[in-house]
Design a protein around this ligand. Structure first.
Ligand SMILES: [Cu+2]
Length: 271
């Protein structure tokens, strides 16, 4: 019980110290809720993107990671096989991309990407400076010129079963209340045969990845499965939704050497 309380206190600290992105520290992923201190290195970032990027063009992005004194941070931990994970979402969360910039040197990461339509995008960089226990987050809103896509309203799914790339995926929860720990379970079967899939492959060092974002794209959660044992059909994630509201959740898994991404829109009720 004592450890549990310490973990909650630590969580609260992390929630309060993160400015506009809220993340769940690794310690919550430990089933025992260990009281390992979380250690998020404070960072700053500078983003260099062409002045008026246009949709459907190759857009180079440079991200400079600095410490609070504005000095470049030069070394980073490799976490889930990469030094930086970059997520790009459109403002309505209909578009989602998970890519991996290259580390150049002197705190600079670069990547080239293509935005599918005009509009505003949130770009989230997730990385861990050397010695950091939990990842640091830097994010940037980017306007992209060009014809805008129809804005898709974010409506919670009535049915939490989807078919994506020949897989039938069902999402279920141990409970669903803001501010409380929950387990999210993705159950994956073959859509054609209805047989459970038991040969999922590790993708970036985990049996799956889950990203959740609040409807306003301000809160971001990146979660890994609770265990590396088992290759499906169930992949279980543990997290805490910091506030009530509508969230979009993307599960990413690998099967037959292909990555598939399954999105759900859920409404998290308040306590
Ligand atoms: Cu990644």
């Amino acid at each position: 019980m004592k450890h549990f309380i310490i973990a909650i206190l630590l969580l609260t600290t992390v929630f309060l110290s993160a400015c506009n992105s809220i993340k769940v520290p690794k310690s919550t992923m430990d089933h025992k809720m260990s009281a390992t201190p979380t250690n998020v290195v404070p960072t700053k970032s500078e983003w260099k993107i062409a002045d008026h990027p246009k949709a459907n063009e190759e857009i180079p992005i440079s991200i400079f990671i600095k410490d609070k004194a504005n000095q470049p941070i030069k070394s980073f931990e490799t976490v889930h096989e990469k030094k930086m994970h970059l997520f790009i979402v459109s403002k309505d969360l209909s578009y989602f991309s998970h890519i991996h910039p290259k580390y150049k040197e002197n705190g600079e990461f670069t990547i080239t990407t293509t935005f599918p339509a005009g509009g505003d995008y949130k770009i989230i960089a997730d990385f861990t400076p050397k010695g950091g226990g939990d990842s640091s987050i830097e994010s940037h809103w980017q306007h992209v010129e060009g014809e805008t896509a129809t804005v898709e309203p974010l409506v919670p799914d009535q049915e939490l079963t989807k078919v994506v790339d020949g897989k039938k995926v069902t999402l279920s929860f141990s409970q669903l209340t803001a501010g409380e720990t929950l387990h999210l379970t993705f159950t994956i079967t073959d859509a054609a045969t209805n047989k459970p899939i038991t040969d999922l492959q590790p993708y970036l060092g985990a049996m799956g990845h889950m990203v959740a974002m609040s409807a306003d794209a301000e809160k971001y959660l990146h979660i890994h499965p609770m265990t590396t044992a088992g290759n499906g059909p169930k992949v279980i994630f543990m997290t805490i939704f910091p506030e009530a509201g509508v969230y979009k959740v993307w599960g990413q898994f690998k099967h037959d050497d292909k990555i598939f991404t399954v999105p759900f829109v859920i409404e998290v009720p308040k306590k």
